[in-house]
Design a protein around this ligand. Structure first.
Ligand code: SF4
Ligand code: SF4
Length: 279
């Protein structure tokens, strides 16, 4: 049976796509962005046990060689996440698409669809395919929130079931991208950008803006040149970097000022992004 590690399910979200949606966050990512604001989703727990003794409510125990989490007594204090040396979380459930849908089902009267995020949810394409098939049958739209490093052209069935992708374009210059993400290359992201625009599955574009770390001006210009006229119809979010939740070398870095963000917005509008916003 297909299963995936689920970090959390937010029953009702207004920030993960159009309308009210249930958001599912899968654990594990294939890049390590320096500005990641939920770094505890990056790695899958290796059951080292370091976090167990610090849990104030006794929600963590070692059973055999594995760390077991008891959601009934966990107070969500985040102490385990603070001490984890590998950017993981012990509060992860291995779930099948059917089990996830059982949790979604009670929200159906209140939601337009579901959005699956991460970590990087496209690391689990078969899980997504099965979950989206069930959601489609129940009249829900399905969105993917992705860093774009999985080649979407390899998964035509999944793309058929998916209504759209919210794509992070983290950097345009390959060296800037590698430094920011510790990832290999952004060539697949650029290929996906073109592919999603061509098949009308580009739901939203996102750029986290931080001068000196992200070449946001080049990203705006590069996207515009890639997707052409479609720039006018795709929502572009210019996300102001915030250090909240960030671990590592950028944890004390201040946010860019409003003047810089406004300059980026004007640049985007000049390139035809009629739906560009600062968030
Ligand atoms: S968040 Fe972690 S440390 Fe806090 S109570 Fe829950 S399991 Fe324990
Ligand atoms: S969450 Fe982190 S610290 Fe806790 S057992 Fe897993 S890897 Fe170790």
């Amino acid at each position: 049976m297909t299963r995936a590690p689920v970090n959390k399910i937010i029953p009702l979200s207004l920030v993960d796509g159009p309308g009210n949606r249930t958001s599912i966050f899968l654990q594990g990512c294939n890049v390590s962005c320096a500005y990641c604001h939920n770094p505890e989703t990056q790695a899958v727990c290796n059951h080292c046990g370091i976090c167990v003794s610090g849990c104030p409510s006794g929600a963590l125990t070692i059973v055999g060689s594995r760390v077991k989490w008891d959601p009934e007594i966990c107070t969500l204090c985040d102490q385990c996440i603070k001490v984890c040396p590998t950017f993981a979380s012990p509060r992860v459930r291995s779930m099948s698409p059917e089990e996830v849908f059982q949790e979604i089902q009670k929200n159906i009267p209140f939601i337009r669809g579901i959005t699956v995020s991460g970590g990087e949810c496209t690391l689990y394409p078969n899980f997504l395919k099965e979950l989206f098939a069930i959601a489609n049958e129940n009249g829900l739209t399905c969105l993917i929130d992705s860093n774009g490093t999985t080649d979407f052209t390899r998964f035509p069935e999944l793309m058929q079931l998916c209504n759209g992708v919210m794509l992070d374009v983290k950097a345009w210059d390959e060296q800037v991208y590698k430094k920011l993400t510790e990832g290999p290359t952004n060539s697949i992201v650029k290929k996906n950008l073109q592919y999603l625009a061509d098949c009308n599955k580009l739901e939203e574009l996102r750029i986290v803006c931080l001068p000196g770390e992200v070449d946001a001006e080049a990203v705006i210009s590069g996207i515009a040149q890639t997707i052409g006229e479609k720039a006018c119809s795709v929502r572009l979010k210019l996300i102001k970097f915030r250090r909240y939740g960030v671990k590592g070398r950028l944890q004390n870095t201040p946010s860019p000022d409003d003047i810089y963000m406004e300059k980026l917005l004007q640049l985007a509008v000049g390139f035809g992004f009629e739906k560009a916003v600062i968030v």
